[in-house]
Design a protein around this ligand. Structure first.
Ligand code: PLP
Length: 240
């Protein structure tokens, strides 16, 4: 990625790569559009604004407070995605701010979201984060616990399950992500076919700057891209 490219140019490049990856799909249908989420964590509001001017409508953040602060100064209508781990003490604010919470990784958290959403008077759309690669260091529910969790989520009135999210391990060779993405797509299809009563399964959120092309080839329809659009994150740029 060249340093002198502007944010709109990079967005155009990512969109083109997503379209190419969709064309390369072999074993899955190509009728579902792929939505691009611009991950703006640790980037200033000015950069977000540039991305939105270039047509971005989905914004991803991984900290609740950062999103709240930015939303106050960003006078634009966007769809907010929470992609980072959510602590139960932040649930109330998360429900207020986010259209889709990707990182629901326990039944306890789903229940807290349900309670907060009921108080706030909304039905909160959620994805369940799955840890198929079984990485100790990553959040997400294990495959074995998933069916039980989905059955219990189905009993909640103020959350709506819309699909799944995963984060691939940091492999040296990005191709190693492919089997994981393929397994996620299979899981997504399975659950979609015998969907829990209250669910509306439509999203498979996978793929980041280094692996989104492979994720799209394997069936992702929500990709979360930060670095390839905004460049490297500067962790003290916002004083956080
Ligand atoms: C930061 C982050 C991204 C974006 O990562 P890049 O490599 O910068 O594209 C995507 N998903 C999650 C969960 C993240 O935390």
């Amino acid at each position: 990625m060249s340093e002198d490219m502007t944010i709109p140019m990079r967005i155009q490049e990512v969109r083109a790569a997503i379209a190419d990856a969709r064309e390369r799909r072999t074993h899955i249908p190509n009728d579902v559009p792929v939505e691009l989420i611009a991950v703006t964590k640790n980037h200033p509001v000015a950069a977000m604004q540039e991305a939105i001017d270039a047509g971005i409508t989905n914004i991803g953040e991984n900290r609740v407070q950062e999103a709240l602060d930015k939303a106050e100064t960003l006078a634009r209508e966007v769809k907010w995605h929470l992609i980072g781990h959510l602590q139960t003490n932040k649930v109330k604010h998360a429900v207020r701010q986010f259209d889709l919470i990707h990182s629901v990784d326990s039944l306890r958290l789903a229940r807290e979201i349900d309670k907060a959403a009921e108080k706030f008077g909304k039905v909160q759309n959620i994805l369940v984060q799955v840890n198929l690669a079984r990485e100790e260091s990553k959040f997400g529910i294990d495959r074995e616990e998933l069916d039980e969790m989905l059955a219990r989520i189905d009993e909640l009135h103020c959350v709506r399950l819309q699909g799944f999210m995963c984060i691939a391990p940091n492999y040296e060779d990005v191709e190693e992500c492919r089997p994981l993405f393929r397994a996620m797509y299979e899981l997504y299809q399975q659950v979609k076919e015998c969907a829990p009563r209250t669910a509306d399964i439509r999203y498979l959120s996978m793929g980041m700057s280094n692996d989104y092309a492979i994720a799209v080839e394997e069936g992702a329809n929500l990709v979360r891209v930060g670095t390839a659009i905004f460049g490297a994150r500067q962790y003290n740029a916002l004083g956080v």
